[in-house]
Every structure is written in structure tokens, then in C-alpha cells.
Design a protein around this ligand. Sequence first.
Ligand code: GLC
Ligand code: CA
Length: 553
Amino acid sequence: MSTDFRKSTVYQIYPKSFCDTNNDGLGDLRGVIEKLDYIKELGVDYIWLTPFFVSPQNDNGYDVEDYYNIDPRYGTMADVEELIAEGKKRGIGLMFDMVFNHVSTRHEWFRKAMDGDPYYKDFFFFRKGKGKDVPPTNWESKFGGNAWEYVEKFDEYYLHLFDVTQADLNWDNENVRKEIQKIVRFWMDKGVRGFRFDVVNLISKAAFEDDETGDGRKYYTDGPNIHKYLKELHDMTFGTDAEILTVGEMSSTSIENCYQYAGADTGELSMVFSFHHLKVDFMGNEKWVLVPADFGKLKKIIFEWQTKMAEHNAWNAVFWCNHDQPRVVSRFGDEGKYWKESAKMLATIIHCLRGTPYVYQGEEIGMTNTDFTEISRFKDVESLNHYQILQDKGLSASDALRIVQVHSRDNGRTPMQWNDSAYAGFTSADSEEPWIGVNSNYTKINAASQLEDPDSIFHYYQKLIALRKEVDVIAFGDIEPLAESHPSVFAYRRTYEGHELIVAANFYGRECCWKDAPDMSGFEKLTGNYHEETAPKNGEWTLKPYEAQVWYK
Ligand code: GLC
Ligand code: CA
């Protein structure tokens, strides 16, 4: 395991969809333990597990009822302890996912608030409406509808930026912050080696005012006390152990704030997830539309974050996929003819960037979006809400479904495809139906077949993960964008202590030519997704469909 996060790679597991060992159709922690050798083989240093704490599961565990106990559907505390110990044996650190912007309305704190206990009422944002049936502000919930829920007995509303069963916590209350520190220390004492903090840049609310021009996010994104609260959390908890890796999930953040969040010596977090590069197939901030991905914008955003974060000595998490995103091979690659080439090309781009790469379960075998053709097969609260909202806006059911099929978070949540047996080996043949449908392409796309094939997507990821450890320019180098205005080429140069790395990728399924390609004399090819080399000739580089190459000097 590399304890320098610049050389590390993180593997993300969504336990509910990873591996089911007791045949109830839900993945569990014992399933993760069972698959540790598989993860070890990939070569990663950390596993980030999405939440498995006690929860009503209205948002699949991001609605936490009790941070100190394990949801019995996932396992027991003994399983967690075993998982941490077994990970450690294999040199893999466990990262937990801490949801502190909100709690489930079934959390004890919220229940006490609802009983009228003023100490706990102040853990949340209860506010009077602006008039009868008029909520305190016009802010929108990220899952659709107004962000305030009326409570008759108080004649007040409480704030929920997400589902109505996810009540926002009042971080301005010092007692809330102390409780949170206690939780983090509890898990540190159990041997957890890292934390991912859920939507953590939303915890400091500015003012409760109507947003005349938007959905309210300007009043709570990167809010006034955010840096103070993160520094305090750092100092009181994980800051005492320099080897703990932390990553903040930063919703709609600005790069200027991220210099602070993830600066090498700002005393906040190790790195950040930002999402601007994954909105290039949205219309502005509007996700529930169908527009083609804007490649020029994608490059511009990635390069801007790469170069500016480097200039400010701050660190990025680099990724295409997680449990909230569609599968990248379906989104920016090709599920059909160039499935393998495009999956490898996309991996190449991410894994040679400056930052810590994150691989989301199934990405390493090129899993694709769902093949659901009926709304009843979708489970995600956000997708179901927006399916309704789109129809309320006048779209037909089939048009609404089409949008959901493309953008649903469930695309990333279908069961991991382990082999070609029933239910893809996620659970056994005689078990309950999996909680969400298995993609029918599992007979072709599965881990078992890829472990046997030396040319598989899995082995390509393995190679890229190993290269980051072996080749210092990948881990430490500066970055310079290349071919910035080329309509198909994604390319960049990394430099470190006299060494150079050139990454060149064709983002599309047609051969393309990169004129004024760099001089590659003295370079050797480190890896690529085609076996024959197409080195540049006289400053021109012809790249095959979805071809990607990495060269080193
Ligand atoms: C984050 C999580 C997402 C969850 C939301 C609310 O964005 O990744 O899955 O729904 O926060 O907790
Ligand atoms: Ca289970």
C-alpha cells in the first residue's frame, strides 16, 4: 500500500450492489471481505465504501439513522472489524463515507427535535414560513420539489436539501460539530484509514432568502464558514494522523474554494471531487435533458482544474464514475463495436492525470448503463421524482423514461457482474431477486472472463494503477494540455525532474489525425489500447478509433 496518496488509487464499492453472501438479494459486508483478493489483484491502495450504517435506505444509506452501528442488512460490527483487519493484511486501507450535511429523520437527534426538545431543534433548521403554505424560501431540493417540509405542530418548516427524510444539520451549532467529531474519532479508533465526506461544501448556510435567479444553491454552496468548519474538523480528528486520506465531495463548487479545501498545507482535506466535467451533457445545471456531450468543454474543464490546482499546490481526485453517475463507457465511449477500446481509452485519460484516480466497481471490467425499459425497474428516489416532474412539465411518459435511462444514478448501481452464472454471480441462483436488476449483458461482461484474458479491460486498469507507483512523473509531474482545440484528440504532457510523459487519445470512433503532434524522439511506449503502434510521423499522428497511447522519456 502506498501511503503517499499521490501514488495511490482508490476503489469505490457500493456494497448493496457488490456481492451478496446470504442470498437476500442485497450485497453485504461479508461480500466485500470475500472479494478482497480480487480488489488486491487490481492493485489499489484504498477501498471507499458507501454508507452501510443504520438507515431506512430512502437514499440507499445516505440517510443515516445511527452513525455508530451497522445496518443489519449489510452485516455487523464484527464484520466491519474483520473487513478493516483483512484489508490491512493485504495493504488496503478502508475509507468510510461520512454523511454530515444531513441525517435521516429517523435519527435520534431529529426525533428529539420533533418531540420539541429545544436543544435538538437547534441541531436542524426549523423556520417559519413566509405566509400560509409559503415555505421560508424558494430553494429547490436536489431530488425535486421545494427544500422545506412543513411540520404542523410547530407551524414551522425544516430544511432538506435532499429527500424529505434527510434533514439538514445546523453546523453553526457547536454541539452538532462536536457530535460529528466524536463520530469521526470513533471510526479512526477502529482503524479506518480514510474518509469521504458527502456533499460537505453545503454544510455552511449563508442566509435564508429567496433566490430570484436560481434554485437556492448560491446560499449554501461553499458557504461563509465552510473553511473554518473543515479546519476545525481536521484539527480535532483526522489531522492528528498524516496518513489518513480525506476527500470532500464538493457539489457545484468553485475552483478558488478548492485551492483551500485541498491545498497541500491549508489543513483541510487531502483532495476534492468536483463535478463540472460531468455536466458536459447537461444544459447548464439542468441534468434532466438530452444533449450530446460537449467534448471541447470537457477538455477545457479538466485542463483548467488540472493546471490551476497544480499552480495552487492543491490536489484533485480524478474520476469518471461513481454511484451517482452513469457508466462512462456508455456515456463518453461506445458500448458496442469499440467497447473494449473506448473503455481503455477513457481509463488512460484519467489514470495519467495529476491527481488520485478513483475506480468505481465494475468500471474496471467496462460495465455499461442499465438496459431497463420500464420505469418500474428503476429504484433511485432522484430518478423516480424526476420521471414525475418531467411529465408534470408536459413530457410524454416515454420521453421522460428516455431521459431517465440516460441520466439515472441507477445506471451505476446494477449488481456487479462477477461471472456468467445466474444473477451474474452477484448472489446465488436460488436466492431472492437482487434488489435491482442485473444487466443482461453479464454473460459477455464479467470479471471472471476478464481475469482470464490478458488483454482485458481489467488488466489494462491493473497496468495503469501499477504505472502510477512505478513512474514518478505520473504521480508527481506538472501537466501541460496539448491539442487543446483539436475536435477529437485528448492529449497532455506531464513533466518531472527531466522526465516526460505524453498521453494521446482519440475520443471518438473514427480515425483522426493530430497535426503538429509533439516530437517523440527518444520516447518509449509505456502502454496503449492497440497492439500495433501508430507513432507520430513528421509531426503527424494518426490515431485509430478510440486509440490511446502513453509514451515516456
Ligand atoms: C451525495 C451522494 C449521493 C446522495 C447525496 C445526498 O451526492 O453521493 O448518493 O444522494 O449526497 O446524501
Ligand atoms: Ca445480503
